[in-house]
Design a binder for this molecule. Structure first.
Ligand code: PEP
Length: 249
């Protein structure tokens, strides 16, 4: 089975709407490709400008978070319906920065995953271990628990469309990339766990990204590993280098 690559930029809390327009205009000619899905995950307030700028191009827009209720007294939160109405197609769920700074739990992430599907948003679910967990030999058991938690009660027909991003926390924003062997080991293991939960066909079609200090120099090696179907890219997605990452071949 040849899975279509997906390369997504996570802009984090960077760029005002006007700056977002300028960056998108710079990046669009560089990220043209027929061979991969390309997504810009922008801050909430940039979404209308970003959707307008990418209209008619190969780029789709993603959000970086959402709440797990339709509407109501949840001051400061953004609902999946709001994202859907603006033309958002993907949503990052459970990024490690949200788990760490905003105390998101596997249970929250599971609720968000289930709710994203209700509004036809494709979730990009992030999992990853800390350096301490890796050094203690706990990486695979931790990843299993995060995957099992996130996918609880998610039916097979929705699970298969989910994108999973394996992002070792020690590699995010640190310039320290996992080796292609380390990344492949965990992405292959995630595929195995999905296979146990949903069967081999789902394991074969589900897309698993690597994230953590991906740059123009290491993308080709990482993305050519058999179980790595592209990347979730932070810092380098704000630079022209993102074009080289998308067109890594
Ligand atoms: C991320 O934010 O998901 C990420 C992987 O960041 P960076 O590429 O900067 O390590």
């Amino acid at each position: 089975m040849s899975r279509r690559k997906i390369i997504a930029g996570n802009w984090k809390m960077n760029k005002t709407p006007q700056q977002a327009r300028e960056l998108i205009r710079t990046l669009l000619p560089l990220v043209e490709t027929d061979e991969a899905d390309v997504v810009f995950c922008v801050p909430f307030v940039d979404i209308p400008a970003a959707v307008e700028e990418v209209s008619g191009t190969n780029v789709q827009i993603g959000a970086q978070n959402m709440y797990f209720e339709d509407a109501g007294a949840f001051t400061g939160e953004i609902s999946p319906e709001m994202l859907w109405e603006l033309g958002v197609e993907y949503v990052i769920i459970g990024h490690s920065e949200r788990r760490q700074y905003f105390h998101e739990t596997d249970e929250d992430i599971n609720k968000k995953l289930l709710m994203a599907f209700e509004y036809d948003l494709i979730p990009i679910v992030c999992v990853g271990e800390t350096l301490e967990q890796r050094e203690a030999g706990e990486t695979l058991s931790w990843i299993r628990s995060q995957i099992e938690g996130a996918f609880e009660e998610v039916p097979e027909d929705l699970a298969r469309d989910t994108v999973i991003a394996y992002e070792p926390i020690w590699a995010i924003g640190t310039g320290k990339t996992a080796t292609s062997e380390q990344a492949e080991e965990v992405c292959g293991y995630i595929r195995q766990v999905i296979g146990e939960l949903y069967g081999p066909e789902t394991a074969d079609v589900i897309r698993i990204q690597y994230g953590g200090s991906v740059n123009a120099g290491n993308a080709a090696e990482l993305f050519s590993m058999p179980d790595i179907d592209g990347g979730l890219v932070g810092g380098a997605s704000l630079k022209e280098d993102f074009g080289k990452i998308v067109n890594y071949k």
